[in-house]
Design a protein around this ligand. Sequence first.
Ligand code: PLP
Length: 413
Amino acid sequence: MAEIAKDYQQLPKNYLFREIKQRKLAHIARRPGVHVYDLGIGDVSLPLPSNVTNAMAQKALSLEYAETFTGYEGSEGGVELKNRIAEYYHALGADILPQEIFINDGAKGDCADVQTLFASGTTFGLQDPAYPVYANSIILSGKAGEVDNNGQHKNIVYLECTEENDFIPDVPKEKIDVIYLCFPNNPTGATASEKTLKKYVDYANDNKAILIFDAAYSWFIRETDKPKSIYEVEGANTCAIEIQSLSKAAGFTGVRLGWTVIPQELSAENVDPGEINQLWRKRQQIHFNGPSNVAQAGGEVILSPTGLESVVESTNYYLNNAKSIKATLAKAGIKSWGGVNAPYVWSETPTVDGKKLSSWEAFDHYLERANVIATPGVGFGPSGEGFTRFSAFGKSEDNDAAIKAIVDNLQTN
Ligand code: PLP
């Protein structure tokens, strides 16, 4: 009889978004016809720009004719798109070559899979709270080690993000082999300065550690001292892998396109520079037949000058939503962070009848009082307890209606 790997049984039992859905449905069942505003969503709501959809439509139509039909094009993505991505890095002042870029079908798969490069016994540093995919993929690959009573794993070092450190943990005191960093951060919206990232790069180079930098939300950065890519920081090419996505930049959550950069100079314990890049190439050849050619046609337009202008436009739209959310919370006397270079606003839970609510109590309070869904911070890790994540990805009219409902109905004292 087939036996299921034990690693699968170590996955956390409660799924955040399933629990949210169940509570939402129960709320609607108690109040038939009620409108629930969703500030919990991680998906985008704006449609794609027409120059992008036109390019994808043309590519799709070209597949109808023998002369222009294309099939498999390799596991790393097309040369034209890689060149555009290399130019994108060049414009940021970063030195990345097309052969260091591996185009994927969105960032999630590589966020989960890149840890397969590292030996069992590797220690992984994770921001707490963080995008749950990092921890869960380490658990699934059997590298997380024993779990304690608090649900924490032996081989994972949890780097606490708190109000005291502005939700950006200082470089670790101990030696950690691989550190995942996500800036701008999901869920806290915290965005690291060049100075902070330089400390991490120096730590990694000094300790022969590797940084896995998730830059999926870099498109929202507006403050000029905050790098959009880790490779803007001197010394990063020898110690950092970067994962990028067009999902939140350009509404590609359904189209699916992103990339991973593995620089030639990247080095690790038992390999020479250049080898990790080659190993990942082989891995991609084994696991992946390349991103969709139609999606890549759209991606080329996004990375053109006009495409990048539309990215600024759509991210500005969400940043405006974030600004309104922050202003509303301030009016309700609720402290918040993020939302300036990020589409997420991280807020303290309200105090009601003299008691500060837990993350899930706050979830119920927003839902009961204002018919608003906001994500419980604790769903992203234990340090998220006592916080709520508000997403700015809604349509602005829904965003405005939701925040009006909060101002009109929320009891906070
Ligand atoms: N990284 C972070 C921090 C995310 O929040 C997400 C999606 O929400 C992803 C990566 C994955 O994005 P995608 O697979 O759509 O490119």
